[in-house]
Design a protein. Structure first.
Lengths: 283, 416
């Protein structure tokens, strides 16, 4: 496996770009952790994320134009697409909010995503699987939904961390670099609102796809992937309902977005790594 | 660089009652007097310092004497309180002052504006020339650099400012924030002043004495009411500033809970700067209520001060670099003048010798004359190249030696 990976990385453009992305995001993550710890200021993180975003864009271009299919046919391609959407979102939000802590806090997760993508790279010469249009729609929608939920959960965690700081020790240096609570709450709600319809449509598309697939398993709708994703969606639905009808605000909303994300991730992990009807068409 | 002079006194050397007496009635006249002692002069007068910056002049001591003569007290008493610095030390002092590193509260931002005002006043009074222009512009530049590149101005060192900071950390901007102030004393007014500076426009004041509340409300365009209206005001308030003396808490956790329910969970920042405290400390357990008392606010201000002290070394590096840059610029300026003078002197000698030569060689044609002239001037250029380079790039002491050796700047090197 290690030899194959090394051969692939050395010979392949995609491998080189992926390795570049991993190196840049790892450097950004290390700097980001120092920024969070208050040991340095956050300026260098953003340029590193920008370089990583360029590398990911080139990688997506290489997949689309080099291999001639959307970047969702293989597991690693999906992860690369998700990382690209996340880094773009982070850069846009960071530019608007002007808080380096956002890019610093997201850099470690981007480094992990890049590492994850490298680990999922198939052996050289492996053919891309055939996909029906329904599956493509399902995966694209799911990726967009996940991106929304990732940002929502990320801001939720930041929110929970910040209220802990503001309640217990507002004088710590990191508190000065955090975005205001209201800004985080708005961002959390916006990201959840962005991800929810995409994931809901993705579940619907997946349901239609499986319902019309002859080789589907009996009782596929009781599949853990479907159940976990639907549970995640229900939690987010509860979040919107609580906000609109009960006036929930702040901590509770942040917790709901984190729990909803966790359930959605469980669905994703089950779909990718466990025997599940959702894994039948994915390499 | 060596000709810059600073004479002055500050909160670090002189008591307040002496600083209070440092006044200049007629700045134009004072500048005129100082220009008899130096080529250029400017005053920097703030509540913490009285300083004269000058350039040129024969004896810096005379500037000190000028200041001593204008202060009450004997010369022997005053001289130890008045500092005199020259050259790079004088320049660095102004850089430190402008970057707020010499202020009573390190990192305060007012001083940069005061230095700018002093500079403009000196220009208006005709006290500045090229050297003070350079000095003041470099000082303002370094101050900007310090505030942008270091954290020396970050954090708030006053309790009122820290309270406003904390409210901003919850709400972001306070432009649309509504503030309820409980009490109408000086502390309440100070916090209102800080919050107004951050953009707060809607204030409500609740106080035992409606008269006092109305008085304060008038100054801030606020609404005033009695203490009994607290419960009515609370749901509509994003920030509550409690600054009223009371035996028992005036704002209970229950009242805040009811207010939160009416606000549909939107946060409330409760600043309790009263001693004894007048917001129930059980409010800490409520979600979306951020309560800060004097203890918490003091921790924030102390932390900011500690942070500023930590940044001091980085600031010193920036100031040192700026002083070196200014020294290089000043040296280049002085070297430029010397080089011109040196060249002119040697060219005059050459011209005189050529004239003599042409008189002795009347048969020399125009072409020959031209060639001789070009050769002589080329020799001068080549001979002067090493001293000119050394004047431009060498250390000040070396430049001084060369200047003396070649008699540049003395107008004695012409061989007349």
């Amino acid at each position: 496996m290690a030899k194959l990976l090394a051969a692939w990385i050395v010979t392949d453009v995609e491998g080189g770009l992926l390795l570049t992305t991993l190196s840049v995001f790892t450097a950004a993550a290390l700097l980001g952790l120092r920024v969070i710890a208050g040991k340095r200021r956050g300026r260098p993180v953003r340029p590193l994320l920008t370089i990583g975003a360029f590398a990911l864009t080139a990688l997506l271009g290489a997949i689309i134009f080099g291999e001639g299919h959307p970047p969702i046919y293989r597991r690693y391609e999906t992860v690369v697409l998700a990382a690209w959407v996340v880094v773009m979102g982070v850069l846009v939000v960071d530019r608007r909010a002007r808080r380096p802590i956002l890019s610093s806090a997201s850099a470690p997760s981007l480094a992990l995503l890049s590492l994850f993508a490298i680990l999922l790279v198939p052996a050289p010469g492996a053919a891309a699987p055939d996909m029906r249009p329904g599956t493509i729609v399902h995966i694209v929608l799911a990726v967009l939904g996940f991106v929304g939920f990732t940002v929502a959960a990320g801001t939720g965690v930041l929110y929970l961390w910040e209220i802990r700081i503001l309640k217990r020790n507002p004088s710590v240096a990191v508190a000065r670099r955090m975005p205001p609570l209201e800004q985080l709450d708005r961002l959390n709600f916006f990201a959840a609102g962005f991800g929810f319809p995409f994931l809901a449509l993705s579940v619907l598309a997946g349901w239609i796809f499986l319902a019309t697939t002859p080789e589907r398993a009996t009782g596929w709708w009781l599949d853990p992937t479907v159940l976990a994703t639907v549970a995640g969606l229900l939690v987010y639905g509860l979040l919107f309902l609580a906000r609109a009808c009960l006036g929930w605000y702040g901590r509770r909303i942040a917790w709901l977005s984190v729990i909803g994300f966790f359930l959605a991730v469980v669905g994703f992990v089950v779909a990718r790594f466990c025997p599940s009807p959702n894994a039948i068409h994915i390499t | 660089m060596k000709r810059y002079v600073l004479v002055g006194l500050s909160h670090k050397t002189a008591p307040l009652d002496l600083r209070e007496k440092c006044r200049i009635e007629d700045p134009v006249e004072a500048i005129r007097e100082l220009r008899e002692l130096a080529d250029e002069a400017a005053f920097l007068i703030t509540c913490n310092r009285f300083e004269i910056y000058a350039h040129g002049g024969k004896d810096p001591e005379r500037v000190r004497e000028w200041l001593v003569a204008r202060l009450p007290g004997s010369s022997a008493e005053l001289r130890p309180l008045i500092y005199l610095r020259t050259g790079r030390n004088a320049c660095k002092h102004l850089f430190f002052v402008t970057a707020s590193l010499d202020s009573l509260v390190v990192g305060e931002t007012q001083i940069r504006g005061q230095v700018k005002q002093a500079y403009l006043a000196a220009i208006g009074a005709g006290g500045t020339g090229p050297m003070l222009h350079k000095l003041f512009q470099a000082a303002l530049r370094v101050s900007k650099q310090v505030s942008e590149q270091t954290g020396v101005g970050r954090g708030n060192v006053s309790v009122a400012g820290a309270a406003a900071d904390l409210a901003e950390r919850v709400f972001g901007g306070l432009d649309e924030g509504r503030v309820l102030v409980v009490g109408a004393g000086e502390t309440a007014e100070l916090v209102m002043f800080h919050l107004q500076a951050r953009g707060v426009a809607h204030f409500r004041i609740a106080n035992r004495s409606l008269e006092h509340a109305a008085d304060l409300a008038k100054r801030f365009g606020a609404e005033a009411g009695p203490l009994e209206s607290l419960e009515t005001y609370l749901p509509d308030s994003d920030v509550v500033v409690a600054a009223a003396g009371a035996e028992k808490p005036l704002i209970s956790a229950g009242a805040l809970k009811r207010a939160l329910r009416k606000r549909r969970g939107r946060p409330i920042v409760a600043i309790d700067i009263a001693v004894p405290r007048c917001i129930d400390d059980r409010a800490d357990r409520l979600d979306n209520v951020y309560r800060y008392d004097m203890e918490a606010l003091s921790a924030v201000t102390e932390d900011a001060l500690r942070h500023r002290r930590k940044e001091f070394i980085q600031c010193c590096t920036l100031v040192d670099a700026a002083a070196l840059r200014l020294a290089a610029e000043t040296r280049a300026r002085e070297a430029g003048a010397w080089i011109t003078e040196l060249r002119e002197a040697y060219q005059e000698v050459a011209a005189a010798e050529l004239e003599q030569l042409e008189r002795h060689l009347p048969d020399l044609d125009e072409e020959g004359r031209h060639r001789v002239r070009r050769t002589v001037y080329r020799i001068i250029r080549k001979l002067l190249h090493p001293p000119v380079t050394a004047l431009r790039e060498g250390r000040p002491e070396e430049a001084e030696v060369i200047r003396r050796a070649f008699r540049a700047g003395t107008r004695r090197g012409r061989g007349r």
